[in-house]
Design a protein around this ligand. Sequence first.
Ligand code: ADP
Ligand code: ASP
Ligand code: MG
Length: 423
Amino acid sequence: MALIVHKYGGTSMGSPDRIRNVAKRVAKWARAGHQMVVVPSAMSGETNRLLGLAKELSPTSSTPALMRELDMIAATGEQVSVGLLAIALQAEGMDAISYTGWQVPVATDSSYTKARIESIDDTKVRADLAAGKVVVITGFQGVDEGNNITTLGRGGSDTSAVAIAAAMKADECLIYTDVDGVYTTDPRIVPEARRLHTISFEEMLEMASLGSKVLQIRSVEFAGKYRVPMRVLSSFTPWDIDINEEAKSGTLITFEEDEKMEQAVVSGIAFNRDEAKVTLLGVPDKPGIAFQILGPVAEANIDVDVIIQNVSQDGKTDFSFTVHRNDYQRAIELLEKTVGPAVQAAKVIGDTRICKVSIVGIGMRSHVGIASKMFRSLSEEGINIQMITTSEIKTSVVIDEKYMELAVRALHRAFDLDQEKTA
Ligand code: ADP
Ligand code: ASP
Ligand code: MG
């Protein structure tokens, strides 16, 4: 008997019929003798609908007081899901009980809309499992020290599931979604994308951080920190397929560089349309300038991603960086009103129509020429590179948003990602 955590995303929970299917699948696992904890997301579209309602009443404000209420509202989507799933499980003859984040409790900090899990008290859940119950816990939400409801950021149910699996030392965390695993890139953009049987934890971490929304990055961080065995698989296979076959399907996140693993130099391509670029033109090229610009940006709680500083001419340089699009307006205002005048910038300009495309692979550590192959492939498509950033296992470029799909497809071809690796 094992302790297994299943997570089901919004599409998998998208209708009463689908919820019934989830219940049948979970019941199959429970009847096979496993202790089952299930973490569902809100039904698809529900979180957007809820946040849309809030936006109608307050389109622009983002005060802490408002953010608190956004979490209050958004968390209800998952509360409906757990209740429905528990009922569906009961209809399947299971003894099932649902809990919200605060009932468990899942303790978080107070960063509304992007809270971090601090601890999970599993006493109640363990008692229920010991009594033979299937326990259904809301994804995406928790509670802070002051008993305020918090949420973990979009896509946060993945993190809830992995954190619960880590806290309970579960034997495995299975992330059921609307694709049958992690692909070389988003199969909705590149139909030739190939499912990976395994992906290393480090690669998955990079892919998630660079925009592959198949897993929320914090779920991968948790899996790495606590070594949670984790697999991404489809909720759309027939619920009654053989459980052993199901247990081996999808994509396994691995922690060791196993020789039998698919040894591609580049394993995947990620892309991200969530960033915007800001540039300060004509700033003095002198020691401390980056700090003078980015210090106030950090103080304003604006995350900066790619940074580039041009060579100087006549002691002046241009300084660009990217921020999340949600922070773009604030960043521009900050630069125009305070930072720009303080560093005597000639002008502040911005561009929201950019995207970041990245190639990821642990093989990049030991191979040279990978970045240049990327740049050649983009140049053959006539795509101009605006910014470049690299790390040991990834190279990212910022390009015009309108070339995103073209770039992803060209790179997928250039690195033979549609071919099964044999070595
Ligand atoms: P869920 O609601 O189950 O959490 P998500 O929409 O959050 O599902 O994540 C699944 C989606 O992630 C897929 O439908 C797919 O379009 C997208 N995706 C992006 N990159 C990848 C990738 N490399 N492999 C698989 N899916 C990906
Ligand atoms: N329902 C939340 C969202 O839409 C969390 C999740 O689905 O993981 O972002
Ligand atoms: Mg998701």
